[in-house]
Design a protein around this ligand. Structure first.
Ligand code: GLN
Length: 232
C-alpha cells in the first residue's frame, strides 16, 4: 500500500530547543521548525495523526526506549551505534558538527582549548565527538540537557566553547546568539526519525513515502527555505 500508516496515531518525542529544527513560535507557543513542519506535512500526506511532546533530546530518546513515545524526531543523527537498538527512516537532512565560542573570544583553534571546559549536550553526537577529541586537545567536557543552557554556559564564561550541530550553530549566530565558529565543520550523519527496533515499521515506511512525495511536490524544499532561506 502507498499509505501504510493510514488511520494510525503516533506520539512523537522531540527536543525543546534545537532551532531551526524544533523551537517555539514566540507568538503562538506552538512547536515549529523544519522537523515539525515536515512531520506534520508527512502525517497529512500519509493519513496518520500525531501528538508532539517537547521533552529534550536525551529525555526523548529515553522516553522512546521506555515505550512512552512511538518515535523521536529531533534532528537525530543516524549512527551505527544507535542502529543497534533503533530503526531509522531515510535521512531527511544532511548535518555536521561545529565548535563555537563567544564572539571576541581569544580561542582561535582547537589547540587553544587546552585546560578549558567545553559545553556539550547530553546523549548527542556532538558530546561523543567532544569526548573523542578531548584527550588530544586537553579539554574537559561539561554536559547540559538542552542547547540554550549549553550556550549560556559559554556566555557566562564558565565553558570556553561548545559543540553542537553545524546548522544549529549557524542559525543561532544568524539569530544573534553572540557566538562565532572555531575551526572547520566536522562531517556528521544525516537526520532521521527513530523508532524502537522492529516497532512501527509502517511508520518508517510511511515517513519515507511521504518524504519522497514532499520532495516531488516541492514542499520539502519550501519547508527548508522557510527556515534557512534560499541557500537551503
Ligand atoms: N544530531 C545530534 C544527535 O543526534 C543532536 C540532536 C539534538 O541535540 N537534538 O545526537
Amino acid at each position: 500500500t502507498d499509505k501504510p500508516a493510514q488511520g494510525k496515531h503516533y506520539v512523537i518525542g522531540t527536543d525543546t530547543t534545537f532551532a531551526p529544527f524544533e523551537m517555539r513560535d514566540p507568538k503562538t507557543g506552538e512547536m515549529v521548525g523544519i522537523d515539525m513542519d515536515l512531520i506534520r506535512a508527512i502525517a497529512k500526506d500519509q493519513g496518520f495523526t500525531i501528538d508532539i511532546k517537547s521533552l529534550g533530546f536525551d529525555a526523548a530518546v529515553q522516553a522512546l526506549k521506555a515505550g512512552q513515545v512511538d518515535a523521536v524526531m529531533a534532528g537525530m543523527s543516524i549512527t551505527d551505534e544507535r542502529k543497534k537498538t533503533l530503526d531509522f527512516t531515510d535521512g531527511y537532512f544532511e548535518s555536521g558538527l561545529q565548535v563555537a565560542v563567544a564572539e571576541g573570544s581569544s580561542i582561535a583553534s582547537l589547540d587553544d582549548l587546552k585546560g578549558k571546559k567545553v559545553a556539550v549536550k547530553n546523549g548527542t553526537a556532538g558530546a561523543d565527538y567532544a569526548k573523542s577529541i578531548s584527550g588530544q586537545y586537553g579539554f574537559t567536557t561539561t554536559s547540559f540537557s538542552d542547547t540554550s543552557n549549553m550556550i549560556n554556559d559559554v556566555k557566562v564564561g564558565n565553558s570556553a566553547a561548545f559543540i553542537d550541530d553545524y546548522p544549529v550553530v549557524l542559525y543561532g549566530i544568524q539569530q544573534g546568539s553572540g557566538m562565532q565558529v572555531v575551526g572547520d565543520k566536522v562531517k556528521g550523519n544525516s537526520y532521521g526519525v527513530a523508532v524502537n527496533k522492529g516497532q512501527h515499521p509502517e511508520l518508517v515506511q510511511a515517513f519515507n513515502i511521504g518524504l519522497n512525495n514532499l520532495k516531488a511536490s516541492g514542499q520539502y524544499q519550501t519547508i527548508n527555505e522557510t527556515y534557512l532561506g534560499s541557500t537551503a
